[in-house]
Design a protein around this ligand. Structure first.
Ligand code: SF4
Length: 240
């Protein structure tokens, strides 16, 4: 797969969000390119012609913009990130997410991180200094073969679970984002128990990955029955 990387300069970086007060997206686009990803709607806004997963714009001035915006805006919880994975592979090189998180935490802002990547562990020291932070890994199935069908470019499930375990054992509040619930979610209770503080659960609400269900004969696992059963089982993971 080809990847087109462009370095760009954003006008702002701390944006209002409907989910949390603010969201930061240090990148436009996501190398993980998950088959079901709702964020591909971004292409309509940004005008990218490449397939989702094959372009990333890197907002290289994000760490420079953020302190200025922190000073100007009323403090509120910041979601990192909404329409990209903040720890996609390019973050290893650019470290935009790490620098932005440092600035937020130094200013005592509340943060919620969401990723599929164990690269998040690189910033464990930053998280351990935070007064209000939650770090979540998306883990939608316990079956890495299924992960490979729906999220072929994202890190293996085992690495994500290990990352949660390490964060949790170091005192960081952790959650698992089980959304969308994928086939093979049955083993998640056993896999995640004791490594997270709570779960966020949602069924598959998008049609983008319908072809994956059809091609691999998985349609029964997007039925109401399947989702209801999984929602009941997985809710037992939330301690709150
Ligand atoms: S990691 Fe998240 S943002 Fe990236 S492609 Fe997958 S679902 Fe979309």
């Amino acid at each position: 797969m080809t990847l087109i990387v462009r370095e760009i300069r954003a006008k702002t970086i701390l944006s209002a969000s409907k989910i949390y007060p603010y969201v930061i997206n240090p990148y436009v686009g996501c190398q993980h390119g998950c088959t079901y990803c709702y964020a591909r709607f971004m292409k309509r806004v940004t005008g990218h012609s490449e397939p989702w997963g094959e372009f990333v714009d890197v907002k290289i001035n994000a760490p420079a913009l953020l302190p200025h915006e922190i000073r100007k805006k009323k403090a509120g919880r910041v979601w990192m990130s909404g329409v990209c994975d903040p720890y996609q592979p390019l973050e290893a090189e650019y470290r935009l997410t790490g620098q932005c998180l440092s600035a937020l935490i130094q200013n005592d802002w509340s943060v919620i991180v969401q990723t599929k990547s164990p690269l998040v562990l690189r910033d464990l020291d930053i998280f351990m200094e935070a007064s209000d932070i939650e770090v979540g890994l998306s883990v939608s199935t316990a079956d890495d073969r299924i992960r490979g069908l729906f999220e072929p470019a994202a890190p293996p499930i085992e690495e994500r679970v290990k990352a949660l375990e390490e964060l949790h054992s170091n005192g960081v509040r952790t959650y698992a984002m089980i959304a969308p619930i994928l086939p093979g979610a049955e083993g998640l209770v056993e896999l995640l128990r004791g490594k997270i503080d709570y779960v966020l659960i949602d069924r598959m609400n998008y049609r983008y990955a319908d072809w994956v269900y059809r091609r691999y004969g998985l349609e029964e696992q997007r039925s109401d029955d399947f989702f209801r059963r999984m929602e009941r089982e997985l809710a037992s993971l939330s301690g709150r």
